[in-house]
Ligand binder design. Structure first.
Ligand SMILES: [Zn+2]
Length: 346
């Protein structure tokens, strides 16, 4: 592709000397897997697709709720009414924004059985998730495969981000050896979250992705960047010297504890949502028509190609074709398992 062949829509980016035509070409040939399509994820996807990143795989397990609209910039009221999974709704919107790139939505829960396949062909992995379990899993996969990934997290009015280049910078576990215990860190429900801080952190992450794809590793952020938009704090924490200095189980000893299932659970209480996700261990394919018929007498059921919803005993069930369900109204994992068994089966 010569400079002449680069579409005019990218002209302002091509004129930016840090990228230029070569950088733009590399973005157009770039492949990114984005894990999570919520607050950070929608801002990231928007930035990448507008910039012309050629292939974007969007992975998300969730559906859209009204309280997402305050910060999840790709969604609108119609998406809530349509009961669409986030990955699917985002992909539809992104294709309208830029028909020249490929967007692949994947509605699934990222776990140790699928994470390697989801990231194997990506040049860069992006964290748009809201929980540490997924981040440690992504960290394991990225270090194992030697792929760069960009961590980001936000809560309240603050957020942080770092870029991990396996072998060249410390990994997530070098910096945070263990996930905060449940209840130790705040959640978006208890502490809330401001839309603008999400945009700040995601913008750092998106720019890091441009640098990684364009081969401008000389410009990478090698610190832990911390921003609080309410308290007017901007901090850079030097972490580069941690590489090789801490006895990191992941990047030094190459023990991939999350990937190998030593950590992590299958049924998960969702970050501050008063909801539990119950996943199915064996791959299955639910027949919604049949399930709806069974449930008809007990509850009002609605479904489309992507999900089935019903309310029973005051709990709101959202069921996905792979057998996974999100049960709202409890954060008690055992209770959720019982409810799952009662209404959906084993
Ligand atoms: Zn490490």
């Amino acid at each position: 592709m010569s400079t002449r062949d680069i579409p005019e829509r990218y002209s302002r980016q091509v004129r930016f000397p840090g990228l230029g035509p070569d950088g733009q070409r590399r973005l157009l040939e770039g492949k990114v897997t984005l894990i999570g399509c919520g607050a950070l994820g929608t801002v990231l996807a928007n930035a990448l697709v507008r910039a012309g990143v050629g292939f974007l795989r969007l992975v998300d397990r969730d559906f859209i709720e009204t309280n997402n609209l305050q910060r999840q910039i790709l969604f609108d009221e119609q998406d809530v009414a349509s009961n669409l999974p986030k990955a699917e709704a985002a992909a539809r919107k992104l294709r309208l924004i830029n028909s020249g790139v490929t967007v692949e939505p994947v509605v699934t829960d990222v776990d140790r059985t699928n994470v390697l396949d989801l990231v194997r062909d990506a040049d860069v992995i992006l964290d748009g998730s809201d929980n540490f379990e997924v981040r440690y899993l992504v960290n394991d996969a990225a270090v194992k495969l030697g792929k760069p990934w960009v961590y980001g997290g936000c809560i309240g009015s603050h957020g942080q981000t770092m870029t991990i280049l396996p072998g060249q910078t410390p990994c997530l576990r070098c910096v945070f050896e263990a996930a905060p215990a449940p209840g130790e860190a705040g959640t978006c429900e208890t502490a809330g979250v401001l839309g603008p801080v999400v945009n700040v952190i995601a913008s750092y992450q998106a720019t890091e992705t441009f640098k990684l794809l364009a081969g401008r590793l000389d410009r990478l952020n090698r610190d832990l960047v911390y921003v609080d938009v309410w308290e007017n704090v901007n901090r850079r924490i030097k972490i580069a010297n941690l590489l090789g200095k801490v006895d990191c189980p992941c990047c030094q000893r190459r023990r991939f504890e999350w990937l190998e299932g030593e950590h992590g659970s299958h049924t998960t209480s969702l970050c501050g949502r008063n909801a539990v996700q119950v996943a199915h261990r064996s791959a299955t394919r639910l027949n919604f028509e049949e399930l709806a018929r069974h449930l008809e007498a007990l509850a009002e059921v609605s479904y489309n190609r992507f999900l089935l919803k019903f309310v029973a005993e005051g709990f709101e069930f959202t069921v996905f074709p792979d057998g996974r369900a999100i049960i709202k109204g409890t954060s008690d994992v055992d209770r959720a398992r019982t409810l799952y068994a009662r209404y959906i089966g084993h």
